[in-house]
Write a protein that binds this ligand. Structure first.
Ligand code: FES
Length: 176
């Protein structure tokens, strides 16, 4: 009841202050500007695309001297990659099973990677030894950066046996 009195009081005050016609005109313009503002804001939103920022696929893996011969699991958890050092150099395997994408484990004594999901086995080069995996593990691009660190790029992959040993997927490295 008290609220009705307050509302009608406001109307009377507005009518007295602006005149009925003027007041309705102002209300109309106010609605128009609110609508226009909303329309402009919703259009501005389209200037900023929906981008999903993913972590970089490139990472520095430290100095070559930090690695002993064999499989290093140093980057398995953080980067899902194994760095492998052979007497001739380095390569990097992406720790992702080529069957359905699980993360295999390295078994030093058996010299193979085994996938816990459906039992695929891979040798040190990443070739399939057993299981449902249809193709070898992927190798990542590897290079030596200007600061002397290994630079690995998981955005560039190769698993064809005649290609993966060449070029950017194997880094020849020998200590003097
Ligand atoms: S995901 Fe590795 S064997 Fe199926």
């Amino acid at each position: 009841m008290g609220g009705d009195v307050a509302v009608s009081g406001t109307w009377e005050w507005a009518e007295e202050r602006f005149g009925r016609r003027d007041f309705l005109l102002k209300v109309g313009w106010a609605f128009f500007y609110v609508f226009l503002g909303g329309w402009l804001l919703s259009n501005l939103r389209y200037l900023f695309p929906n981008v999903l920022y993913e972590p970089s696929l490139l990472f520095k893996a430290g100095k070559p001297e930090d690695y002993a011969l064999g499989v290093s699991e140093k980057w398995k958890k953080a980067q899902r990659a194994w760095v492998i050092r052979t007497p001739e150099g380095f390569y990097c395997l992406w720790a992702r099973c080529t069957h359905l994408g699980c993360t295999p484990n390295w078994f030093e004594a058996e010299g193979r990677f085994k996938c816990p999901c459906h039992g695929s086995n891979f040798n040190l080069q990443g070739d399939v030894l057993a299981g449902p995996a249809p193709k070898p593990l992927w190798r990542c691009q590897i290079a030596l950066g200007p600061d002397g660190q290994l630079v690995i790029d998981k955005g560039r992959l190769e698993n064809r046996p005649d290609q993966r040993g060449k070029d950017v997927f194997f880094l020849p490295y020998k200590t003097a």
